[in-house]
Every structure is written in structure tokens, then in C-alpha cells.
Design a binder for this molecule. Structure first.
Ligand code: FMN
Ligand code: PXP
Length: 224
């Protein structure tokens, strides 16, 4: 067995520089997402969402990117339960961090921005696309709450199936929906030999969490 903890694997990614990067970060993100799909990475749209709890403690978990078009412009969309740990955190502190961990491509993308709950009609539209089993699961799971055992969850699933047994379209739970992360900075990281990686960062001003972003994107390079 190879001991991964003792290795120093070199990252032999190609140069990633100012002459080839797209003109804005969402266009560049679309390019790298397409590369992750073409490389057949598992869950190419998975991203790690970092939030801050009410006591200031950070917490992270994976969510799936569901779209890049927000109601007021480009934004990263994900869906979840608003009463979950992350949902409660977002209600108090909407500033978040997202990481796409595309290690097989020697890449990561880090997005910092502000998460806004989607208008109800957009959450409804997304909910309608979910398989019925996931909709039932969305009603059954009190996401992030303790459960005595698996049987408790299965009883809740059976209860939701009884409740909606005669209903063609399972309604969206009021606490379940989409969020849109409006980016303030987006870093594209390409692993390069000898740890001399390429890091290109788009930044713009976000005067306060309620306000729309202002100003043009600025492109800068960070030390590896
Ligand atoms: C690949 C992957 C994708 C996931 N996607 C989502 C998602 O889109 N929405 C979601 O609520 N949870 C998703 N989860 C589960 C979350 O990581 C997490 O366990 C759950 O949302 C509860 O998080 P919280 O207790 O911090 O709120 C995903 C997990 C994995 C591993
Ligand atoms: C609990 C949970 N909610 C939502 C999602 C993502 O939304 P959807 O089930 O509609 O693909 C996932 C994906 O793993 C999930 O695990």
C-alpha cells in the first residue's frame, strides 16, 4: 500500500494565465465545469459550502451546484432545507464560502459571496423537477436534527407517503428551497509543478450584504 500521507505528489497542470482566462468569473467557471464533466469526475457540480454559525463557529458541508443564473444576474444556486444547520446559519450570516474540489484535474475554485434565499416561485419550479422519492424525503427529513435510529427516519417517510399518497404533485415544504450565492470574489487555482501554482482571482466590491455588487471585476494574481 502506498502511504498517501508521506507522498509529495507533484501537480503537473498546464499553465493558466491572464491571456487565456475568460473575461468574467462565471464564464470561466462554466469552462472549468465543462472540463470537470468531460473528465467524468464524480459529482462535477459538488461544492463545499462554508457558513458561520450564530456563535461565530465555522461549519462546512457539500452541496450541489444547480444553476448559474440568479434572479438578479449571475449567481451560484444550491438547494437545501432552511431549518438545517446551514439554513439557520445563513439566516443570520449570509456571507459564505464555496469550494469546488476538482483534485483529479489539479484544480480548485473558491467563491466568496452572499447567499440570498430564492423567490418562492423559483424554489417551487426547482422542487417540481425533483423525483417524487426525493420530495417525500424532503418532507420526512428534519435535516441536521438528531435521530434515535434509522427506523425513526423510515417512519417519517412512511408518514409522508401516507399524507401525500393521493396527491399527484407533492407540494414544496415551506422550509425547503433554493439559495443564490452572488459572488464577490472567485479564485481559479491550477496546480503546477514544484507547488508553484497559478492562482487567478476575480474581485469586485460588495458594499454591504444587502446591496447589489458594484463595479467591474478586477483580475489579480496571487502567490501560490
Ligand atoms: C456529493 C454531495 C452532495 C450533496 N448535496 C446536497 C445538497 O445539494 N443539498 C443539501 O441540503 N445537502 C446536500 N448534501 C448533504 C450535505 O453535505 C449535508 O450533509 C446536509 O445538507 C446537512 O448539512 P448541515 O447539517 O450542515 O446543514 C450533499 C452531500 C454530498 C456528499
Ligand atoms: C439532502 C439533499 N438535498 C438536496 C440535494 C440536491 O438536490 P436534488 O436532490 O434535487 O438533486 C442533495 C444531493 O445529494 C441532498 O443530498
Amino acid at each position: 500500500m502506498t502511504d498517501s500521507l508521506a507522498r509529495h505528489d507533484d501537480y503537473d497542470g498546464p499553465p493558466f494565465d491572464e491571456s487565456t482566462v475568460a473575461g468574467d468569473p462565471i464564464a470561466q467557471l462554466r469552462r472549468w465545469l465543462a472540463d470537470a464533466e468531460a473528465a467524468e469526475l464524480p459529482d462535477p457540480n459538488a461544492m463545499v459550502l462554508g457558513t458561520v454559525d450564530s456563535d461565530g463557529a465555522p461549519s462546512s458541508r457539500t452541496v450541489l451546484l444547480k444553476g448559474l443564473d440568479g434572479p438578479d444576474g449571475p449567481a451560484l444556486e444550491f438547494v437545501t432545507n432552511g431549518l438545517s444547520r446551514k439554513g439557520r446559519a445563513l439566516a443570520l450570516e449570509p456571507r459564505v464560502s464555496l469550494v469546488f474540489p476538482w483534485y483529479a484535474l489539479r484544480r480548485q475554485v473558491i467563491v466568496d459571496g452572499v447567499a440570498h434565499p430564492a423567490p418562492a416561485e423559483l424554489s417551487d419550479a426547482y422542487w417540481a423537477t425533483r423525483p417524487r422519492g426525493s420530495q417525500i424525503g424532503g418532507w420526512a427529513s428534519r435535516q441536521s436534527q438528531p435521530a434515535a435510529d434509522r427506523a425513526e427516519l423510515e417512519r417519517a417517510v412512511a408518514e409522508a407517503e401516507r399524507r401525500f399518497g393521493d396527491v399527484d404533485d407533492v407540494p414544496r415544504p415551506p422550509h425547503w428551497g433554493a439559495w443564490f450565492v452572488v459572488p464577490r470574489s472567485v479564485e481559479f487555482w491550477q496546480g503546477r509543478p514544484s507547488r508553484l501554482h497559478d492562482r487567478l482571482v476575480f474581485e469586485r466590491d460588495l458594499p454591504d450584504v444587502e446591496a447589489a455588487p458594484t463595479g467591474e471585476w478586477r483580475l489579480l494574481r496571487r502567490q501560490p
